[in-house]
Design a protein around this ligand. Sequence first.
Ligand code: C5P
Length: 397
Amino acid sequence: MFEGKHIVVGITGGIAAYKAAELVSQLRQRGADVHCIMTEHAAQLVSPITFGELSGNDVTVNMFANISHWDVQHIALARLADLFVIAPATANIIGKAACGIADDMLSTTLMATKAPVLFVPAMNTNMYENPIVQRNIRTLREAGYTVMEPESGHLACNTSGKGRFPKTEAILSEIEKALFGQHLLRGKKVIVSAGGTKENIDPVRYIGNRSSGKMGYAIARAAAMEDADVTLVSCTEELPVPEGVRVRYVQNAREMKQAMDALFDACDVAVMAAAVSDYRTKNESPRKIKKEDHDALTIQLELNPDILYGLGQKKQHQFLVGFAAETNDVIEHGKEKLERKNLDMLVANDVSQAGAGFNVSTNIASLLYRDHTMEQFPIMTKEELGRVIIRKIAERL
Ligand code: C5P
């Protein structure tokens, strides 16, 4: 994920310094070239040897020690960095950076870099809420730095409140956004449906389908990476919810319709990636059906509402995207569906091909547009296709 990226991690002297070890390890495992700079206080809390081992590179603490090559080291790292992460960021480094103080290796390198900078504050709640710290955070944001919000919960000082170091996954997601995001959907509201609906037969059985939800989740994640305000309407609880994405769980087509209809008016983009059951049971049994009572069983089905069609009917400014999973004449069926459902884009795939469709992590898709143009894509992961779809939507908004 981070192959070829040089990430400088600045570790300052908060108790959460030990949590930065996991972050550094994860960055390296994901292919990044990680260089750690520790403040003197951080080096009192966790040995630089730990960060050296985990990053695979020399750790710099002191400006005037360990000069391993004759490049001016703070300038060399400042230049090398594709991204600078300060984790944990104490009130002290936030204050120094906001005031332009460069009095040690970390603050000096930070001053010298042109790379994007991500601060991950972690401190006692009272310190975090101190108006001077808050003013400094505002100053950093105004200057173009990204400052994450700390989490709330138990703190090292044995109190509870805002100031906890965020989970590694949340920081990794911010890092990905800082490295690859282009703010393509800033200020846009995106809703995405995902997974396969489940229509109850009785309290223990349902009619479902093979959809895993992976495609919809990948689209939601890609939209969040581009700064959209994203809500997932999901039929599956199996997949991890992407960072920064809101989720509403639903079970069947009618619940999904209700959720999508409620969110549609205020959204800018709606993507129906869910596999919605065309039919539901006509008479859902309130009790478990017993085989002793039936030699043969007939279940009557009735038609579900077509959610996407309904959205197409009431569409105003929204950009509406549908999916078509077909086994033959994919493009022809796709074109027809795009027209009939009043869509702006249709993602068509031939689910009979190996590597496409349900319950696999890759897909082979063609994107059809309202203006009758079309783009065909080779096999790629659903994560990659999610990013392609979001980029294409952003181009057309
Ligand atoms: O007509 P068909 O089911 O092939 O269309 C697929 C598209 O319509 C998908 O985007 C799917 O999410 C959506 N759909 C829907 N409501 C249904 C059936 C499908 O919104 N009842």
